[in-house]
Each structure stands twice: as C-alpha cells, then as structure tokens.
Design a protein around this ligand. Structure first.
Ligand SMILES: NC(=O)c1ncn([C@@H]2O[C@H](COP(=O)(O)O)[C@@H](O)[C@H]2O)c1NC=O
Length: 514
C-alpha cells in the first residue's frame, strides 16, 4: 500500500521541493486548501483533505482537518491488530507522515497594528491537534514542524528508512513547539486582559539568540535567550553588534546593568560598569565631557569594563574610549569616523541600540533562579516619589547638593547592596558596592574617592542602622546625604548630621539590589 503524507503548512518555505521528493519516493500526498494550491500549481499530484474526509473545509478554515478520518489515520497503532482492523472496517487509511507548521501567531502579535480578532484567528487549532497526535504515535508516524528538518528526513529516507531516533527527536520537538505556542498565546491574552503578572503557575517561552562560548565561568555552559512575543526594544536583547568578538555571558549581564543605570538619566550620560556594578557615571553638556567625567570617576576599574552612552558617539569621544581597553561600548549610534576609530581595536565589542533611552517596562519582570525554584518580582521601575522627599535635618541641601543627591540616588539604585555612592559635580567619585554592612560600603566609597570625597554628597540604597555612617561621612568631608530613612535609630543619624551641619533627605523608598 502507498505511504501517505499529510502536508498543511502556513510557512510554505521549501514545501514544493520537499513534496516533490516525497512524491518521487512513492508517497501519496494530502493537503489543506492553501498548501494544496501551491503544490498543484507546481504540478505535484495532491489530494485535498476534503476528498479524503468527504467533508468540506468550513468556518473560514477553522475546521479543515478536524475529522476522524485524519486523526484515526494518524493515531492507529500499527502494532495493534485491533486498531488496524477497526480502521479497515471504517474505511480509513493510515497517515505515515505529517508535515505541518502552525498559523503565525507570533508574527501576528508582533505587528504594530494587530487587532484582537486577527490574533485570535491566528490561533491554530487543527495543526497542533494533528502534530500532537502524530508525536504521540511517533514510532509509526514521522512528524515535521520545522522546514529545516526537511533535508535531514529526506536524506534518511533515501538511505532506506527514517530512524527511530530521528522520529523520537521530531516528536519531542513537537511537544516543545506546541508548549511554546500555547505559552505565547496565554501570555499575550493575559497581557491584553491585564491579568496578574504573578499568576498561580508561570509558563514562559524564550528563544535562543546564541550559544555562549561558556557561562559565567569556562566550566559552565551558557546561552542567551530572548523573550518571545514581547517587545524588547531598548534592551540588550535588541542591541546590534557592529564589531568585535561574540558577546559572552558576563558581557550581556554587565551590559544589561549598564543600560539599567543609563536609563535613569535624561541628560547626556556615560556609564561605566564592571561586574554588573557601576564603577563610574559621568554627566556633561557633550558626550565627550560625560565620558571623560565617567572615566575620571574611577580610571582603574573602568579598564576592561562596559561603557554605555546615551548619545550618538562622535570621533572625539571614540578617540577617548580607544585609549584604554574596554570590553563593550553600547550607544544609540556612531558617526562613521567614530566607528572607524573603535573598529581599529580588535578586542572591543561595539553595540548599537537606537532605542537606548527607552525606559524598562515593569512587565519585563525580574527573575532570579534559586535551587529548586524561581523568585519573581516586578522590575524596580520606581526612583522615588518626589513629593515624599523629606529634608530631615536643620540644614536643607543647597540646590546644587540636591541635584547631586538625586544623581547619587539614581546610581546607588543600580549598585549591589549594601551600596554607597558618592557624587561630586558631574561625576560619581566613589562607589562602594555589595558589602555585608553599610559602614564598609561607605569606607570603600571614600577610599575610591580619595581626595574627591571632601565636598561630595552621598547616596545610600537603604537606611542607616546606626549613626556610624554619618560620623564617617563627616570625617571624609561629605556635605549631604540621601537615603530612604525608616530605621528605628534614624534620630541618632539626624542628630549627628545636625551636629556636623550635614544636610540629609529621606526618599521613603529603598532600592536593595542583590
Ligand atoms: N482547522 C483545521 O482543521 C486546520 N487544519 C490545519 N490547519 C492549519 O492550516 C494551515 C495551512 O492551511 P492552508 O494549507 O490552507 O494554507 C496550517 O498552519 C495548519 O496548521 C488548520 N487550521 C487551524 O486551526
């Protein structure tokens, strides 16, 4: 008896060539409306599904293949005499190969002008039903959902038969594919309806952008995945690499941190990051000025770091960057001369991200894998509530101090806790990240700042449990402090500030980051 293949594809790439080969190998071909037309136009003999089922496609294509003749033909177990007897009695022939790809739901929802109705119509029903059936009966039915598998399958057929390993692999691919497809649908519908972003169960779908040479360390494997079906403009996932070696796992993590910090600033800004912490942030009237301020903030740490800039890079800035080794430069664009200067350096990775100023969306969520589970929270998209900003000391900060305090606050938010950031003028002068106590974070920041500590202002990501930080600040010549407040010993710190004439403001908002 002739083998039978059912072909029903939305993405018609390669289908004519594949069908022609199947026909040549003696297969009888059966197809749904559009696929059948394409094959017939190419002169390939093909039977319509309706001719097999004796039932017309109806409801605008909502029902085409949903028929027992199709599903029994796929699902009958060839090693079960009863199954075979039953389908024979019903006049149903077996289907030995199913070649399907689904309605393009992802491409549809990514369209700017997509309507709800259009998205719903692009939810495939018949396709997943058939491929799941075929994958369940994988030993008897070969199922192909990806045009990239056509050649491999043909090659095996020409050698005699499709191996069980291949059939099993293709079947597993089906269940990954339908799980992805359904996750995409449920996430999109949930977002349209404004469902709780922290639901009872989380089903996410990410697609691989690239394998990494390794993960955080050379003995760990790593890869980068991108969210599916969501806009990711302005994120590291949308960056275009213009020059340099492949991005590493740590590059992506660090660049992500640099972008997060950069997005806090509306003015011209340069951010330097090392090990996911800002090591320097500079502001300026020009990008060159901002870069130089960032560089001078900590000329030691920026070596081998990540530089994120929120303006198109000019030649003068590129010359400055090229003086040292940095792993990555990421910016909205580059003047041709600037790009040429940077590209002269073999080891620098140059990334372009036109929407670099686009703010992060809360719905991106922040996730952290812990052994055996997943911590999920909204992204920290708040900075502070300006109305709640409270001067708690006798002396209020001057306008200049206040501007610098807000600058420090923007940076300390993106520094690992416990974090202290010192700012003077248009640059950070000392960043004390990731300490297990606050006083050491401050001591570290003061050490980094050196002579520049005197006359600087301080941001702290969380409250002061004791007044020791105020004492140390005074010793270093720090003139003003911004912190959330909320300690039971706030009064001690306030008292000490008043004693030393330090101005202190409370934001009422904490920014732990771990
Ligand atoms: N409703 C059905 O019975 C049905 N059967 C197959 N499809 C899909 O129809 C598409 C192919 O359609 P056409 O051959 O008409 O271009 C494929 O993506 C296939 O997955 C169906 N469509 C959607 O549910």
């Amino acid at each position: 008896m002739k083998k039978r293949a059912l072909l029903s594809v939305s993405d018609k790439t390669g289908i004519v060539e594949f069908a022609r080969e199947l026909h040549g190998l003696g297969f009888e071909l059966v197809s749904t409306g559009g696929t059948k037309r394409v094959l017939r136009d190419a002169g390939i003999p093909v039977l319509g599904v309706s001719e097999l089922t004796g039932f017309p496609e109806c409801l605008d294509g909502r029902v085409k293949t949903l028929h027992p003749v199709i599903h029994a033909g796929i699902l009958a177990r060839r090693d079960h005499p009863e199954h075979m007897a039953q389908i024979a009695k019903l006049g149903i022939s077996t289907i030995d190969m199913v070649v399907i790809n689904l309605y393009p739901f992802k491409a549809t929802i990514l369209k700017d002008d997509v309507t709800f109705e259009e998205a719903i119509e692009n939810i495939d029903i018949g396709g997943p039903t058939m491929i799941r059936a075929a994958a369940k009966n994988w030993q008897d039915v070969t199922v192909i959902v990806d045009p990239r598998d056509y050649d491999g399958v043909l090659a095996e057929m020409k050698l005699g038969k499709i191996s069980l390993e291949t059939k099993a692999r293709l079947a597993r691919k089906v269940f990954a594919h339908t799980a992805n497809y359904d996750a995409m649908i449920s996430n999109w519908l949930g977002r349209q309806a404004g469902d709780d972003p922290l639901p009872e169960t989380i089903t996410m779908t990410y697609e691989k952008v690239q394998d990494m040479r390794y993960g955080e360390n050379p003995h760990q494997r790593g890869a980068f995945y991108r969210e599916v079906g969501k806009g990711f403009e302005g994120t590291i996932a949308a960056a275009k690499q213009l020059h340099g070696k492949e991005l590493s796992y740590n590059n992506i993590n660090d660049a992500n941190g640099a972008l997060d910090t950069l997005k806090e600033f509306d003015g011209v800004c340069a951010v330097g990051v090392k090990h996911a912490n800002p090591c320097g942030v500079g502001l300026g009237k020009t990008l060159h000025e901002a870069y130089v301020n960032m560089y001078n903030a900590d000329p030691v740490s920026i070596f081998g770091g990540i530089v994120a800039l929120n303006e198109r890079v000019d030649a003068a800035t590129a010359e400055e960057i090229a003086k040292i080794f940095v792993e990555i430069v990421i910016a909205p664009g580059y003047e041709p001369e600037a790009l040429e200067i940077l590209c002269r350096k073999k080891n620098i990775r140059v990334l372009e991200l036109p929407e670099i100023r686009q703010k992060n969306k809360r719905e991106f969520l922040d996730m952290k894998k812990v052994a055996g589970g997943l911590l999920v929270q909204e992204l920290d998209c708040e900075l502070m509530n300006e109305e709640e900003l409270k001067v708690v000391t006798d002396r209020a900060p001057t306008a200049e101090e206040l501007a610098q305090l807000k600058f420090a606050w923007r940076v300390v938010k993106h520094t690992k806790s416990n974090a202290i950031v010192l700012v003077k003028g248009d640059q950070t002068v000392g960043v004390g990240p990731g300490q297990t106590n606050r006083i050491t974070a401050l001591e570290l920041a003061i050490k980094y700042a050196g002579d520049k500590a005197a006359g600087s202002v301080m941001g702290s990501d969380a409250f002061f449990p004791f007044d020791d930080c105020v004492e140390a600040a005074h010793q270093a010549g720090i003139t003003a402090i911004i912190q959330p407040g909320g300690s039971i010993r706030d009064e001690d710190s306030i008292k000490k500030c008043n004693e030393y004439g330090i101005a202190m403001v409370f934001t009422g908002m904490r920014h732990f980051k771990h």
